[in-house]
Design a protein around this ligand. Structure first.
Ligand code: NAD
Length: 323
């Protein structure tokens, strides 16, 4: 078992990172959590309100591409592990600005690996099932599947995963990768699919759906995801990849309909827009290895978890009343 005594969470001010930080602080064996985050467009220090009151918590505004900064943070806080959640994470933006994604997701990974190596600090990488590209029904991919990323985002994540593998083979670094499916939950950035649909529905505006909306995604709650990341760091075997998924498949248009029903809005608000180039039609991960080796499985049922999250996000995204 790896120690959770003092963890550096890079990207901890983002959607998944801020939930991970909360869960780590709930653990009695955690003595110190240090968040290093550049607070880009998706990062927000408000996401860490609450955890920032814990005496075990420290926030550093900094960039994972700055290897010196990462090294200093590891040394100063006597870290026992790094969990990397820092990334450029929006697929649409990766099509507009692919260089930024390579810089952060690949260059940042290189810097983290280089900083961790001389200190013998294990690295847990939060990766994505998107690295495999589209998967035909009814197949589900295990961790040995070929990487065939379709977007600059998923290619940059695949590039980072390959660097991690090479760091283990070449230098013997202790590394683990968790490839997550689609995640829903509180504090997700407004520009992502679910918050966007809720935002528009609350204003009776058209809900933009790419193409037919028949793209299939597997969804897990962010709390389940964070549990899986912790399990992968604690119990994951060196240089192993683990799939964090739940086999809960929904089409994007199904998600939109669910939101509209929950918010008592008409389905006529759904508006089909031109499909995204390189849009994967289906993602499907087989999470059996995570169950067998990490004893992890997604526990929050989609039905209740999703309704709760729609309510929570809607409370923040409602139009403010004119004064
Ligand atoms: P997010 O965009 O909400 O958070 C990313 C965080 O990283 C932000 O706080 C941002 O400020 C920070 N960041 C970006 N560039 C940085 C840099 N150069 N240096 C330091 N900090 C930087 O993303 P998220 O949805 O929380 O995703 C976290 C990780 O999980 C990412 O690696 C993403 O690829 C992966 N992932 C996400 C999902 C999902 O559905 N959200 C699914 C699978 C995998």
């Amino acid at each position: 078992m790896r120690s959770l005594r003092s963890i550096l969470v890079t990207g901890g001010a983002g959607f998944i990172g801020s939930t991970l930080v909360r869960q780590l602080l709930n653990r009695p064996d955690v003595e110190k959590i240090t968040v290093l985050d550049a607070l880009t467009n998706t990062g927000n220090s408000n996401n860490l309100k609450g955890p920032d009151q814990d005496p075990r918590f420290t926030f550093i505004e900094g960039d994972i591409r700055d290897q010196k900064r990462v090294s200093q943070s590891l040394i100063e806080h006597q870290c026992t592990a790094i969990m990397n959640l820092a990334a450029e994470s929006h697929v649409d933006q990766s099509i507009e600005k692919p260089h930024d994604f390579i810089d952060t997701n690949v260059g940042g990974m290189m810097s983290i690996l280089s900083a961790a190596r001389p200190l013998n600090i294990p690295v847990l990488q939060c990766s994505t099932g998107k690295v495999y590209g589209s998967v035909n029904f009814p197949r589900r991919l295990d961790e040995s599947a070929r990487l065939r990323p379709s977007s600059p985002y998923s290619a940059s994540k695949a590039g980072a995963d390959l660097l991690i593998h090479a760091a283990h083979v070449t230098y013997g670094q202790d590394v683990v990768i968790a490839r997550c499916t689609n995640i829903y939950g509180p504090r997700q950035h407004r520009d992502k699919l679910i918050p966007t649909l809720i935002f528009h529905a609350l204003r009776d505006q058209p809900l933009p759906i790419y193409g037919s909306g028949q793209q299939i995604r597997d969804w897990i709650h962010v709390e389940d995801c964070a549990q899986g990341l912790i399990a992968a760091l604690e119990r994951g075997r060196p240089n192993r990849v683990y799939h964090l998924g739940s086999k809960t498949e929904h089409t994007n248009i199904g998600i939109a309909r669910h939101i509209l029903k929950h918010l008592h809005k008409p389905e006529s608000l759904i508006s089909h827009i031109e499909d995204r180039p390189g849009h994967d039609s289906r993602h499907a991960l087989d999470p059996t290895l995570a169950l067998n080796e990490l004893r992890w499985r997604a526990r929050i049922p989609f039905r209740s978890g999703f309704d709760h999250v729609v309510r929570e996000l809607a409370a923040h995204l409602r139009p403010t009343e004119p004064a």
